[in-house]
Design a protein around this ligand. Structure first.
Ligand code: ZN
Length: 282
């Protein structure tokens, strides 16, 4: 495109704490969707020659807790401005002593331990706008985009931040942190890190045919992996703040390294091939 529209983007970044001023020269776009309003406006701008839409996952001022985020509206709004590839950085707890604060882990698997969240667009329920999605069962064996993971891992290494390549992100309901027993159980299952927002973000992205890559930053050792008092919110924010510039650089580089839209040929890009969703995707 010779003149990129200021109200479109092809890459989305759903940021956690500390990413509210991700881009310069931003266009703020307020969105509404058949699933309600997103956490906040989308902030669109250019980065490394790519059009990027940033969405503060918890809203400006961090007012939306993980279990109350409108994940469906967030992903739908990104797709509606043209986004086809999404990076989802998030803060997590380490479930192994070797995954201490400051560890960057790019998971390749996901376990859902949330309880109350709507995790599909395709529930056969008629929407307020009168459209009725089909009931659709999509493959989700590999929840993350292989191309996005490659871009994120390469970007981290390029910034001398040796990432952990692969591992399982277990997503809990929150907003509380895990008990020691839960935490030890998660670790005993062989899972790597624990967070509160990775689900249903990843599956909703897949349901819209979007590439989704989770990039996790360990801010603390989870209750079962350390000997002290357990996690505090202050501790999490402190470690996140100390690493936020570094993480932003990695995400910028990852954006630059993502494939062009027309070159996407991954499992995510083909997720909806031959499937009748019953509703028109934006
Ligand atoms: Zn993909």
């Amino acid at each position: 495109m010779a003149n990129a529209q200021t109200d479109t983007a092809d890459i989305g970044v759903i940021g956690g704490s500390g990413f509210y001023s991700f881009l310069e020269d931003v266009t703020e776009v307020r969105m509404d969707t058949p699933y309600g309003t997103p956490s906040d406006s989308l902030f669109l701008g250019e980065l490394a020659g790519r059009r990027v839409a940033f969405l503060p996952r918890h809203g400006r001022g961090h007012h939306v807790p993980p279990h109350r985020i409108n994940y469906r509206a967030n992903l739908w709004a990104l797709r509606a401005v043209g986004v086809r590839q999404v990076l989802g950085p998030c803060a997590v707890g380490g479930l192994r002593p070797e995954y201490g604060p400051g560890t960057l882990l790019v998971p390749d698997q996901l376990v859902d331990r949330t309880k109350t969240r709507v995790q599909t667009y395709y529930d056969g329920e008629t929407r307020p706008d009168g459209a009725t999605p089909s009931v659709v069962h999509l493959g989700f064996a590999d929840p993350y985009c292989p191309e996005g993971r490659r871009a994120a891992l390469g970007a981290a290494r390029g910034r001398d931040w040796e990432p952990v390549d692969g591992g399982t992100l277990v997503v809990v309901e929150g907003p509380r942190f895990s008990t020691r027993a839960e935490s030890r159980w998660h670790a005993a299952m062989g899972w790597s890190v624990v967070g509160m927002t990775g689900h249903p973000e990843a599956v909703l992205a897949r349901e819209l045919g979007l590439c989704y890559t989770s990039v996790t930053l360990v801010t603390d050792l989870d209750a079962g992996a350390e000997a002290g008092e357990g996690v505090s919110h202050d501790e999490v924010l402190k470690v996140f703040a100390a690493n936020v510039d570094r993480l932003r650089s990695v995400l910028f580089d990852a954006v630059a390294a993502l494939p062009a839209d027309e070159d996407r040929d991954c499992v995510c890009a083909h997720a909806l091939d031959g499937i009748d969703t019953g509703v028109e995707l934006p």
